[in-house]
Ligand binder design. Sequence first.
Ligand code: NAG
Ligand code: NAG
Ligand code: NAG
Ligand code: NAG
Ligand code: NAG
Length: 374
Amino acid sequence: MEVDQLILFVFVSCLSSRFAGAYDPVDPNGNIIINWDFQSIENVYTVMVSIHNHQLYRHIEQPGWRLSWRWAGDEIIWGMTGAEATEQGDCHRIRGATRPHCCEKQPVIVDLPPGTPYNNQVANCCRGGVLSSLTQNNRTSTAAFQMVVGSFKHVSYHDGARGPALPSRFGIGVPGYSCSNATKVNATSESEKPELPAGDGEAISPVFRCTDHMCPVRVHWHVKISYREYWRVKVTITNYNLVKNYSNWNLVVQHPNLRSLTQLFSFNYQPLIQYGTVNNTGIFWGIQYYNEMLLQDGNVQTEMILRKDKGDFTFSGGWAFPRRVYFDGHECVMPPPDQYPLLPNRGLDSRISVAQWLLMASSCLLSLSIFLIV
Ligand SMILES: *[C@@H]1O[C@H](CO)[C@@H](O)[C@H](O)[C@H]1NC(C)=O
Ligand SMILES: *[C@@H]1O[C@H](CO)[C@@H](O)[C@H](O)[C@H]1NC(C)=O
Ligand SMILES: *[C@@H]1O[C@H](CO)[C@@H](O)[C@H](O)[C@H]1NC(C)=O
Ligand SMILES: *[C@@H]1O[C@H](CO)[C@@H](O)[C@H](O)[C@H]1NC(C)=O
Ligand SMILES: *[C@@H]1O[C@H](CO)[C@@H](O)[C@H](O)[C@H]1NC(C)=O
């Protein structure tokens, strides 16, 4: 074994999410499916709504999903289990002992928090709107709630007898922020740490101590050891945000040598193979009860050993660094090619940091698409 490489490579994920219908080459078939299962079709009917995150690596983090649609007629929601509408709306026309849950033409529904009383739960509800990616957990990638819907006028059928009118204009609003929203603090002691803003379902702006990049998360790819036939990389993900834990975080990396990943420590890995034999992209995530949560002001680390593919492998030209990286579905900013660290001349302990250029914060895109299947 010879230790002849010590190269540092730093890049940063700026967390911002936006709803975009953009094509995602890493997960071209990813989508979110919303099912409406009508359990009874009467004047007042019961429907089980379920949301299935069929995306391989993108998940929905806190403050969670919000689902909205527009009623075709004058429907009102009499009751809801496993979720709730954000506003009751104007129900003054409704007389009687029972108050409707929501009279909005365009209701906005949010999930209930964990620990909701059992009699207000349905299966797969009550996770605070958080949906994991399909790869990480195919059970918690689904959410559901049940509602009882009736009509103000007793006519909830559309066009006669075809059954309840389907609502339209569905939307899931996924909140986000970018580096520019960050509140900078000079936190050097516990007492200076800011209070967590009251969680009212809104996204919390990142708060972190001053760094030169001012981004909440840094992914550090460290090419650590070169063996004769293998090489070793250490990856550290650092959370600079003082008020946010990333639960069920994930990291997607594209690198041509991932097809020869031989050994991995402390993380899970699953290749994301989408184009025949091209096996250059995969998802890393934490081990349950060990490091699945990236704590505020903390970090998680892995080391991996890759086999040097003959005719392909090289330390020159930046080949050893990833081509593309996403943290929690947000594409990380990569250094421009001329700022890649070079091989250390002869010294063993050369450390080259490329953090400076990151002063220009860029946004990341979260792309989702919705298919309505009934
Ligand atoms: C869900 O995941 C579990 C364990 O990760 C796996 O055994 C099971 O086959 C998966 N189910 C489906 C439908 O993919
Ligand atoms: C972040 O900043 C943008 C632009 O200034 C703003 O539209 C957005 O609401 C902010 N987000 C939060 C969570 O404060
Ligand atoms: C942080 O420290 C700098 C220099 O000491 C000071 O100018 C700045 O106001 C401080 N910021 C906060 C948020 O305390
Ligand atoms: C993050 O997790 C730690 C340990 O579980 C907890 O003490 C802290 O309150 C959490 N922070 C937030 C913002 O939820
Ligand atoms: C893809 O690469 C992984 C190692 O990262 C390997 O275990 C797996 O067998 C490869 N799959 C295919 C289809 O080549």
